[in-house]
Design a protein around this ligand. Structure first.
Ligand SMILES: [Fe+2]
Ligand SMILES: [Fe+2]
Length: 156
């Protein structure tokens, strides 16, 4: 089914963002494993799996709309050097993702592509969960202190 070219362009921009998120979470996960904060690393691995699922959903929809997916393009990846920095950078990435999905859903409504809009609504619900999880961890750090928070993350 031939899709609107503006939708395909927007889906490709979201595809690049998802690929960037996968790379950022992989980098942060590797650093956490190196520090042996296994529990936080396991949580990041779950989040990365969600982003991989989003990547596949976008890729499938671009192909369904007879578009050409951009391959291998990345926005700047921002891994953190400390856990609070990771959380802050990841928070920014998730906020940007939500902004991008909201704009693309609005575009879908404008051109009358309800199928794509539904797919993006299911993705944006995951991104909202991600940002909520990041904010919960930021609150835990501010309430219990970084040392206590990290002590709980050891192992796994
Ligand atoms: Fe995502
Ligand atoms: Fe996300």
């Amino acid at each position: 089914m031939k899709g609107d070219p503006r939708i395909i362009t927007a889906l490709n921009a979201r595809l690049v963002e998802e690929f960037t998120a996968i790379n950022q979470y992989s980098a942060n996960e590797a650093l956490l494993r190196n520090w042996q904060y296994g529990k936080l690393a396991d949580y990041l691995a779950e989040r990365r799996a969600d982003e991989q699922k989003h990547y596949t959903m976008l890729l499938d929809q671009i192909l369904f709309l007879e578009g050409t997916p951009v391959a291998g393009m990345l926005n700047p990846v921002q891994p953190g050097k400390t856990v609070p920095e990771m959380l802050a950078f990841d928070h920014t990435s998730e906020q940007n993702a939500i902004r991008g999905y909201n704009a693309t859903i609005a575009l879908c409504c404008e051109v009358g592509d309800e199928i794509t809009a539904q797919i993006l609504r299911s993705i944006i619900a995951d991104e909202a969960d991600h940002i909520n999880d990041i904010e919960a961890r930021q609150t835990q750090i501010s309430q219990t202190g970084l040392g206590c928070f990290l002590a709980v993350q050891i192992g796994g």
